[in-house]
Design a protein around this ligand. Structure first.
Ligand code: NAP
Length: 248
C-alpha cells in the first residue's frame, strides 16, 4: 500500500494545489472537503488522470465525529505519512466590536479546534510511541498572525496565531517520535477565501502593500508545503515558513 496524505480543505485553493502535488509525488491523497463535492471530485479526477491515487471524503473538521470518520477512512488506504492541516475560513471584514458570538465560535471551531483534532489523530497514527513509523504535519498559518489584521478580522489573525503555537509546541512534543511539525505562513494568495471578506477585488487592492507588488499563487504555497513534506527538510521542525512576497 502506498503512503497516505490527508489534505483538509483539499477541494479548492491552496489545499487543491497541494493535493495535486502530493498525488504526483505518489501519495494516496485523501481530499477532504466541507460541502463542495464537485470541486473535490475534480481534484480526485485530476490526480487519477495523471496516474495517481486519490479519494474525496466529506467532513467538517470542526466536528469530532467527522474528523474521526475521515481518519478511519484514510486508515483503510495505507499508512498515514502526511497531514496538511489546511482547512480554514475567513469572515466579513469587521472590527471586533462588530463580531457576534456565533461568528467567533464558528471561526475558532474550524480554524483552531479542527486543526487540533486533526493533528491529534495524525499523531496517534504517526508516532513511534503509538507503533507508527513517523510522518509530517504541515499547518496553515497566515501573515495575519504577525500583522494582527486590525479592522479586517483580528479573530482570523488570532486563529492563525494559534497555528503558530500549535506548530512550535507540538513539534517539540513529538520530535523524538519521528514526526516533524511545521507551518507555512502565506500572505495574500489568489484564492476564493477572499470572497468571504465582502470586498470585491480585495486581492488586487492589496498589491501595493506587498513588497513584491503582486499576490501569490496557490501553487507557490504548495511548493513550500511540498518541501516541508520532503526529506529535503529532514532536520526542519517547528518552523513557520513565510510565503508572502515579503509582507510579514
Ligand atoms: P479556499 O480557497 O477558500 O478553500 C478553503 C478550503 O477549505 C475548501 O476546500 C473548503 O471546502 C475547505 N473547508 C472550509 N471549511 C471547512 C471545514 N469546516 N471542514 C473541512 N473543510 C473546510 O481557501 P484558501 O485560500 O485555499 O485557504 C486555505 C488555508 O490557507 C486556510 O487555512 C487559510 O486561512 C490559509 N491562508 C490563506 C491565505 C490566502 O490569501 N488565500 C493566506 C494565508 C493563509 P469546500 O470546497 O467544501 O468549501
Amino acid at each position: 500500500m502506498t503512503n497516505v496524505a490527508i489534505v483538509t480543505g483539499g477541494s479548492r485553493g491552496i489545499g487543491r494545489a497541494t493535493a495535486l502535488k502530493l498525488g504526483a509525488e505518489g501519495y494516496t491523497v485523501v481530499v477532504n472537503y466541507a460541502s463542495n463535492e464537485a470541486a473535490a471530485n475534480e481534484v480526485v479526477s485530476a490526480i487519477t488522470a495523471a496516474g495517481g491515487k486519490a479519494v474525496a471524503i466529506k467532513g467538517d473538521v470542526a466536528q469530532e465525529a467527522d474528523v474521526l470518520a475521515l481518519f478511519t477512512a484514510a486508515d483503510k488506504l495505507g499508512p498515514l505519512k502526511v497531514l496538511i492541516n489546511n482547512a480554514g475560513i475567513m469572515d466579513r471584514q469587521n472590527r471586533l466590536d462588530e463580531m457576534s458570538l456565533e461568528r467567533l465560535k464558528r471561526l475558532f471551531d474550524i480554524n483552531i479546534l479542527g486543526s487540533f483534532l486533526c493533528a491529534r489523530e495524525a499523531v496517534k497514527r504517526m508516532s513511534t510511541k503509538h507503533g507508527g513509523s513517523g510522518g509530517v504535519i504541515v499547518n496553515q498559518s497566515s501573515a495575519a498572525a504577525v500583522l494582527g489584521a486590525p479592522a479586517l478580522g483580528v479573530e482570523y489573525a488570532a486563529s492563525k496565531g494559534a497555528m503558530d503555537v500549535l506548530t512550535i509546541g507540538l513539534s517539540r512534543e513529538v520530535a523524538a517520535e519521528g514526526i516533524r511539525v511545521n507551518a507555512v505562513r502565506p500572505g495574500i494568495i489568489d484564492t476564493e477565501i477572499h470572497d468571504s471578506s465582502g470586498i470585491p477585488g480585495r486581492v488586487k487592492m492589496m498589491r501595493d502593500q506587498i513588497p513584491m507588488k503582486r499576490e501569490g499563487k496557490a501553487e507557490e504555497v504548495a511548493d513550500a508545503i511540498m518541501w516541508l513534506c520532503s526529506d529535503q527538510s529532514s532536520y526542519v521542525t517547528g518552523a513557520i515558513v513565510p510565503v508572502a512576497g515579503g509582507r510579514c
